[in-house]
Design a protein around this ligand. Sequence first.
Ligand SMILES: CC(=O)N[C@H]1[C@@H](OP(=O)(O)OP(=O)(O)OC[C@H]2O[C@@H](n3ccc(=O)[nH]c3=O)[C@H](O)[C@@H]2O)O[C@H](CO)[C@@H](O)[C@@H]1O
Length: 363
Amino acid sequence: MKVIISGGGTGGHIYPAIAIANELKVIDPSVDILFVGAEGKMEMEKVPRAGYQIVGLPIVGIKRELTLANLAFPFKLGRSFARAQQIVRDFQPDVAVGVGGYASGPLLLSASLKGVPTLIQEQNSYAGLTNKALSRWAKRICVAYPGMNAFFPEEKIKLTGNPVRSDIQFADQQLEAGRTLFNLDPTRPTLLVIGGSQGARTLNETLEANLTQFIEAGVQVIWQTGAAFIERARAAVAAVNSPLVKAFDFIYEMDKAYAVANAVVSRAGALSVSELCLVGRPAILVPLPTAAEDHQTKNAMSLVERNAALLVNDRNAREELVAAALHLLNDTDLCKRLSTEIKKLGKPNAARDIAEEVIHLTK
Ligand SMILES: CC(=O)N[C@H]1[C@@H](OP(=O)(O)OP(=O)(O)OC[C@H]2O[C@@H](n3ccc(=O)[nH]c3=O)[C@H](O)[C@@H]2O)O[C@H](CO)[C@@H](O)[C@@H]1O
C-alpha cells in the first residue's frame, strides 16, 4: 500500500499527519508513506525527525493585504501543481491524505485528477479554505467537531476526533523519564506553558515579566517559547538566575512534558486541546484572538462549557494569568475535577479510526 500525506505549515497540521502515518505503520508495517509539504515550512524539518520522507512544493500562501509578493503567487501555484502531478505520477499512491495547509491543495487536486481516492482531515471546528475547496473531490472527510456539514458534504463526513501521537496518549508512563529529561525536583509542583508550535507572544511576555512570582511560590516552569522568542526568554531566565525555570523554543518530547505537568497553560490550537483531553491535565486556555473565525475560542469553549478547563482571555492574560496559574496549582480539588472532566472528552481511537478509513479507500 502506498500513501501520500500532504499539508503542514504549523504543528497543528503536521502532528496529526504524523499520528496518522504512525498508525498506518502499526496496522501495516509494509505501508510506503511519502509526505508532501511546502518548501521552507516547519514540516520540512519536523517530518524527517519523525522518521518519514518528505518532498516540498514551492507553494506560498496569498497575503490578505496588497503586496508585491502576491505577484509570484500564480507562478508558484502553477509550478506546485506541475510538481504535485509529477509526484503523483512517480509515486503512484493508492490513496492521498490532506491535513490542511498549502501543500495539500495542489497535491490532493492532482491525486483526484488521476483517480486516486483522497481523504481530508480537518482539525478545527471551522474549516480552512484549502480543505473546503478540496472537499468536492474527497471521498472521506474526518472531522473533530460536530456540525461540520456547514462546510462539507454531509455524506462524506466522519466524526473521529483529531489524531494524536500514541506516545502522548501514554504520557503517564513517562513521569520518571520526564523528570530526568527536564531535570526537575519531584517535590515541587510543575507548570507547563505551551504557546503552540510557533509560540505565543502574550504567554511569553506574561512569563517574562513575572518569573519571580513563580520562583517565590516554589513552582517549576517548563516554558515553550517558539523560535522567535527564545533569545529573550533565555535572557529573562538568566536574569532571575533560578534553576526552577526552563525555557525551550520547541519541545520534541511532548509526552514527557505533559507527563511531568501538574497543570498546563496553553493556547487553544486544535491539537493542543485534543492532546490535553487525552493526557487529562488541568489546563488554563488562552485562545489566540486572531485565529480565523476566532476558532481557538470555540475550541476552548467546548471544554470550558463542560467544566473541563479554565479560560483566560488574551486581553486579560497579562493581569490575570499568573495568579490563575498559581491558584490552580494550589487547589488540588479543582485540579482533580478539571482532570476528570477533560479526560471524558478525549478521543483515544481517532488515529486508528482515520487510518482504517484510509485503508478502506484503497479497496
Ligand atoms: C497560529 C496558528 O496558525 N494556529 C493554528 C495552528 O496551531 P498550532 O500549530 O499551534 O497547533 P496546535 O495547538 O493545534 O498543535 C500544536 C502541535 O505541536 C506540538 N508541539 C507544540 C509545541 C512544542 O514545543 N512541541 C510540539 O510538539 C503539539 O504537541 C501539537 O501536536 O494549527 C491549529 C490546528 O489546525 C489551529 O487550531 C491553530 O489555530
